[in-house]
Design a protein around this ligand. Structure first.
Ligand SMILES: C[S@@+](CC[C@H](N)C(=O)[O-])C[C@H]1O[C@@H](n2cnc3c(N)ncnc32)[C@H](O)[C@@H]1O
Length: 237
């Protein structure tokens, strides 16, 4: 429980603990097709090193090509247990899991070509620490890929998000603005898009623009490049 708050932190939700068994039953049908399409679009090359933060039950794992090396981390032992069962069942040798706090990663700087964060930025207590760690362990020019629901730019929808926040916090997530997550880091948002017009989820593919493995203190908002028909969606939320 957060100090000074009567609401539980999103990451403390029973959904990631004793109710983790129902996580896939509820969410896989909705989340997996989008995740698979995003990973397919990345065309991850052979030998690439991929880190998935908040890997959960390992829902995304079957979407990665077997020619890359995937490391999944999560804080919740129950979620990881399910992910490990999945790996064992399939006999995947290109994937390993670690119990680890994504806001304090036990990896060297610039260790990964891709850092993935699917439906997790709004679960961790600090999106800021989370993104800084993602960027630290990602190689310069590597890709950070985030799928998340962000607060709408439309006032009515944003008000609904705020209204239901106490409920979603209990279920296991809260709602952030996209700019809160990406501001202040040297990232180039190369694609910001949705897989369908009405989707509540936005996909952000960012190039890590740090130099020589160092995190720069960026004073400007992240740049959006490569905007096109499938690129930047100004209304994306
Ligand atoms: C909504 S689930 C998403 C799981 C998976 N990425 C997916 O798309 O199905 C959020 C996950 O983030 C994990 N999580 C929360 N806080 C974390 C932290 N500080 N470090 C690592 N994982 C965390 C939870 O345990 C949970 O498995």
């Amino acid at each position: 429980m957060a100090l000074g708050s009567t609401l539980p932190e999103a990451y403390e939700s029973k959904l990631y603990g004793e109710y983790s068994g129902i996580y896939d039953l509820i969410f896989a049908r909705f989340f997996y097709p989008r995740i698979a399409a995003v990973i397919r679009d990345l065309r991850i090359p052979a030998g690439a090193k991929v880190l998935e933060l908040g890997v959960g039950t390992g829902m995304a794992l079957r979407a990665y090509p077997t020619h890359c090396n995937v490391t999944g981390v999560d804080l919740a032992p129950d979620m990881l247990e399910r992910a490990q069962e999945r790996i064992d069942r399939r006999g995947w040798r290109h994937i390993e899991l670690h119990q680890m706090d994504a806001m304090n990663l036990d990896f060297d700087d610039s260790s990964f070509d891709y850092v993935m964060a699917f439906h997790v930025v709004s679960v961790v207590p600090s999106a800021d620490k989370f993104m800084k760690e993602a960027q630290r362990v990602c190689k310069p020019d590597g890709k950070i890929v985030v799928i998340n629901h962000f607060r709408s730019d439309q006032p009515v929808l944003a008000a609904i998000d705020r209204k239901i926040e106490p409920i979603t916090r209990r279920v296991g997530w809260h709602t952030l603005g996209r700019e809160e997550v990406f501001a202040g880091l040297p990232l180039e948002l190369s694609r910001v898009y949705k897989t369908s017009r009405r989707s509540l989820f936005t996909i952000v593919v960012a190039r890590n623009a740090k130099q020589d493995g160092a995190i720069e203190a960026a004073s400007v908002p992240p740049q959006v490049v490569g905007a096109g028909a499938q690129g930047q969606d100004a209304a994306a939320h």
